[in-house]
Design a protein. Structure first.
Length: 128
């Protein structure tokens, strides 16, 4: 009985220390230890129900590259099961999602340029 209880405690603690998968395009940025800092751009609303976001972790295709090969899907947070873009109703929803998936918000920037752009900067949380 004690072994079963101890085993369940160990699994519970392990799950607390690990974070879920966080995909940007097809890349799980939580598994790539080289990615330490990311920048998230929140632009104009996609619709009444969601905001328009782009994630830059240093990948080839990003919102600044301006090349013909630039793919918007490679810059979006996607659901790992469906590969569909994950939609957020607000910046707060995005911030909470990032914090709960192992990323710590450390800075923000607002650029008042044709409707306003918000940049959020995150660093990887240090696991205890």
């Amino acid at each position: 009985m004690i072994k079963v209880w101890l085993l369940s405690v160990v699994f519970s603690l392990t799950s607390l220390l690990s974070y879920s998968q966080l995909f940007v395009g097809n890349v799980n940025i939580n598994q790539d230890e080289n990615i330490k800092i990311i920048e998230v751009l929140v632009a104009a609303r996609l619709s009444v129900k969601s905001i328009n976001i782009f994630v830059d972790f240093g990948q080839k295709s990003n919102y600044r590259s301006g090349s013909l090969n630039n793919k918007s899907k490679d810059q979006r947070i996607t659901d790992p099961k469906t590969q569909e873009e994950k939609l957020f109703v607000s910046s707060s929803a995005l911030l909470n999602y990032m914090e709960s998936n192992g990323w710590e918000h450390y800075n923000s920037l607002f650029v008042n340029d044709s409707g306003g752009l918000f940049y959020y900067y995150f660093k990887r949380k240090i696991q205890p």
